[in-house]
Design a protein around this ligand. Structure first.
Ligand SMILES: [Cu+2]
Length: 114
């Protein structure tokens, strides 16, 4: 009886340690950033930002964007994937743009630029 109590206690401690580790890991990086609202499918977000870097080969742009209310994001600089290479024409370094994006498999993907 006493032994089984100790065993279950150990299991509880182990479980909470794992949970704490998982939580800590989720704090790393933007992809796992806790969102203000639950992701309802492919919800579209809009933001205004300045292009600070373009990696055309990887279809990646870095934007210093303003706060995004729909995601509860503060202003920050982060990388976005670009859905269509054509969009890169409108995303040159130093340009300030309004862009639409969705959550993708590995991060956030720009789907439109104004
Ligand atoms: Cu961001």
């Amino acid at each position: 009886m006493k032994k089984s109590l100790i065993t279950s206690l150990a299991a509880v401690v182990l479980l909470s340690a794992t949970a704490a580790m998982a939580q800590q890991k989720s704090m790393e990086g933007m992809k796992e950033m806790p969102m203000g609202k639950p992701a309802a499918g492919q919800s579209m977000h809009m933001a205004k930002g300045k292009v600070t870097r373009v990696d055309a080969g990887a279809n990646l742009v870095t934007l210093a964007h303003e706060p995004v209310k729909s995601l509860n994001w503060p202003a920050m600089t982060m990388g976005f994937q670009v859905k269509d290479k054509m969009l890169l024409d409108q995303l040159s370094v130093g340009k300030t743009v309004e862009f639409e994006f969705v959550k993708g498999g590995k991060g956030y993907v720009i789907t439109g630029v104004k």
